[in-house]
Design a protein around this ligand. Structure first.
Ligand code: KG4
Ligand code: ZN
Length: 347
């Protein structure tokens, strides 16, 4: 299969947003190195990710991060069976840096290139720490740019049950955090401050999307929080940051849990996983873990470091593409709005 008999070793690269990352992964499940250069401090100054700054920083860091990943893994480039890279979805300028670097390394070394879907990477993060997890299972993917409820039918095969109609869950966390003065990145800050507040202090709406049992909508909830803050301001009253955070978080967690369990029940599946940056939220993990336990469903989740953007998850997803024979040509391009399950043509 690989250069070393049964072992397939992949150098993976991820630059879709504000993390410059590279990793070396064996057989999709063993992480030999996982190097992440986070740009968060740079973007915090502006209250969110500035695409031009992200691209520029990726260019500065990408070679170093790839070299570091090989070094930490104790491997040489020539030991690699494939070079994998996220080619979408994400910020186009940011994606292009990783795609160009991976293509250059692949071309110069003759090692095959594999383009990976970022969300498939997030889902695959579950395979790394749960060695027994195999499809089919239901997966809730909640990140800064995406909220999807999917059935993972097989490796690389997805049926999308529901998605957000407007803001992604992480986007709602980030916007509400900014509105209550917590700053960027909002998710971890709301998670932390919520522990000091009451989730029942303010009755924020649990949005229903009329014609779908699985779709999400978070913009109404965000507006309800903004209206609440405005009305406090008009009345000259102060508000409790912790109560607003905890009540908002509870509203998001309730909707995500309800829809996820509906998907588990109607699909009859006994395995449920979560993925994406918001999957590291402690209240969400607690609620889903309890709901799964009540239903006798096995609950899988990556550790927080593998929930947010990293390249190990890309190396995991790439392995399952590799064994299927997927290889990409040097015409592989960044696809900022790549759909889940969409494939670029093979070599
Ligand atoms: O998956 P990710 O690193 O990047 C995307 O692919 O979008 O997700 C980042 C998102 C951000 O919106 C961040 O605020 C959110 O995940 N996030 C969290 C937590 N940690 C990160 N949201 C809620 N609670 C957390 N603990
Ligand atoms: Zn992501």
């Amino acid at each position: 299969m690989g250069k070393n008999g049964e072992t397939v070793t992949i150098l993976a690269v991820e630059t879709s947003c504000d993390e410059t990352a590279a990793a070396v992964v064996e057989n999709g499940r063993e992480v030999l190195s996982n190097v992440i250069f986070s740009q968060i401090d740079l973007h915090t100054l502006y209250g969110g990710v500035v695409p031009e700054i992200a691209s520029r920083k990726h260019i500065e860091k990408i070679n170093q991060v790839m070299a570091e990943a090989l070094l930490q893994a104790g491997k040489k480039l020539s030991d690699m069976d494939a070079i994998a890279v996220t080619y979408g979805p994400g910020l186009v300028g940011a994606l292009l840096v990783g795609v160009s670097a991976a293509k250059a390394v692949s071309f110069a070394s003759g090692i095959p290139l594999i383009g990976v879907h970022h969300i498939e990477g997030h889902i695959s993060a579950n395979y790394i720490e749960n060695k027994d997890l195999e499809p089919p299972f239901v997966c809730l993917v909640v990140s800064g740019g995406h909220s999807h409820l999917v059935v993972v039918k097989d490796y690389g095969e997805y049926e999308i049950l529901g998605r957000t109609r407007d803001d992604a869950a992480g986007e709602a966390f980030d916007k509400v955090a900014r509105a209550i003065g917590l700053g960027y990145p909002g998710g971890p800050k709301i998670d932390k401050v919520s522990k000091e507040g009451s989730p029942d202090a303010i009755a924020f709406p649990r949005a229903k999307v009329g014609d779908s049992d699985y779709d999400f909508s978070f913009s109404g909830l965000k507006s309800a929080v903004l209206n609440y803050l405005n009305s406090c301001g008009m009345k000259g009253e102060s508000f409790s940051q912790a109560d607003v955070a905890a009540s908002f978080q509870k509203a998001v967690v309730d909707v995500l849990t309800e829809h996820s369990m509906h998907a588990v029940e109607s699909s009859g599946m006994k395995k449920f996983a979560i993925a994406g940056g918001v999957a590291s939220n402690s209240a969400l993990r607690e609620a889903l873990s309890k709901a799964c336990e009540e239903r006798g469903v096995a609950f899988y989740h990556p550790s927080p470091l593998l929930c947010t953007d990293n390249a190990a998850m890309i190396g995991s997803a790439a392995y399952y593409e590799y064994v299927k024979g997927v290889r990409h040509g040097y015409d592989l391009n960044a696809v900022p709005n790549l759909k889940l399950g969409q494939r670029e043509k093979n070599f």
